[in-house]
Design a protein around this ligand. Structure first.
Ligand code: NDP
Length: 284
């Protein structure tokens, strides 16, 4: 196993397979389609949306962009989602979060058809994940699972410690590891004795959003470390949630920041869109 888990390289390999699948589907008359909806002018959201559009173009996926003004009403947004739900060219609908305050995020996410919910945030898809019969799985945790798989990490019987219990990363990744037969501990801000809990882990997954809070000496010798955190320190530097240099001395494998989990997230969005298109093609 490579010591540094190279998310960029794994993502590039996956994107090649995705592009091949897209070409095959397109030849059968089922070009995968992703609708991306952005409400407002949030600069970070604009960057994410343009990255997603570019990635779709590179893979040959049809992307349908909807850039709406910040004053768009909830009713207008819901009616667009309704249209996209019944649009036959669209396999995936992505509403970029966060939404402006006057729009109820949960209501919008629940309006997306579960069959087009490529972000995997609809309660139906969350329920499918909990019951061990997933349909669409959320992109960041799913990307983590692919990285572990590509790196040859078998989770059966392993102690996995997840730090962070958000709905988009911590909770779903814990469920995914459980489905792979790991023994999972899910930690959060009220966890007592966090350092000692992490010290037990064969696999540590840190998704906290606090620069280098998981210390190198918390890492068991030979553990695998997945660092989801993206924290800006100073003008330009990005660091993860794990003290990388110290942790890599003890880990058998570790993801860097940047270049680890980050590149996998958009890749999994493309992957999910293609999975949706395959289901559409099969039901023709
Ligand atoms: P959230 O802020 O939603 O969740 C953070 C979690 O960390 C919470 O569950 C919180 O606990 C827990 N936490 C906070 N402080 C501590 C502490 N001192 N000890 C233990 N647990 C603590 O973050 P996200 O899950 O959305 O994101 C986590 C990180 O991952 C961020 O840096 C984010 O930028 C990054 N990220 C990266 C992605 C990528 O593609 N690479 C995608 C998504 C996120 P509690 O619930 O008790 O408050």
């Amino acid at each position: 196993m490579e010591k540094i888990i190279d998310g960029k390289a794994i993502a590039a390999r996956m994107r090649q397979t995705i592009a091949d699948d897209v070409a095959q589907l397109t030849a059968r008359g089922t070009t995968p389609g992703l609708a991306v909806v952005l409400v407002g002018e949030d600069p970070a959201s604009r960057v994410y949306v343009s990255m997603k559009e570019k990635a779709c173009a590179q893979a040959g996926i049809y992307s349908d962009e909807h850039k709406l003004p910040a004053e768009t009403s909830e009713a207008q947004l819901l009616s667009l989602i309704d249209e996209l739900n019944s649009n036959e060219r669209i396999d995936g609908i992505l509403v970029q979060l966060p939404l402006p305050e006057h729009i109820d995020e949960a209501k919008v996410l629940e309006a997306i058809s579960p069959a087009k919910d490529v972000d995997g945030f609809h309660p139906y898809n969350v329920g499918r994940l909990v019951t061990g019969n997933p349909l669409f799985q959320p992109c960041t945790p799913y990307g983590i699972m692919k990285m572990l798989e590509y790196s040859g990490v078998d989770l059966t019987g392993k102690e996995v410690v997840v730090v962070g219990r958000s709905n988009i990363v911590g909770k779903p990744v814990a469920l995914m590891c459980l489905a792979k037969h790991a023994t999972v501990t899910l930690c959060h801000s009220r966890t007592k004795g966090l350092a000692d809990t992490v010290r037990r882990a064969d696999v540590v997954i840190a998704a906290v959003g606090r620069p280098e809070m998981v210390k190198g000496d918390w890492i068991k010798e030979g553990a695998v470390v997945i660092d989801v955190g993206v924290n800006r320190v100073g003008e330009k530097k990005l660091v993860g949630d794990v003290e990388f240099e110290a942790a890599r001395q003890r880990a058998s494998a570790i993801t860097p920041v940047p270049g680890g989990v980050g590149p996998m997230t958009i890749t999994m969005l493309l992957y999910n869109t293609v999975e949706g298109a395959k289901r559409r093609d099969a039901s023709k």
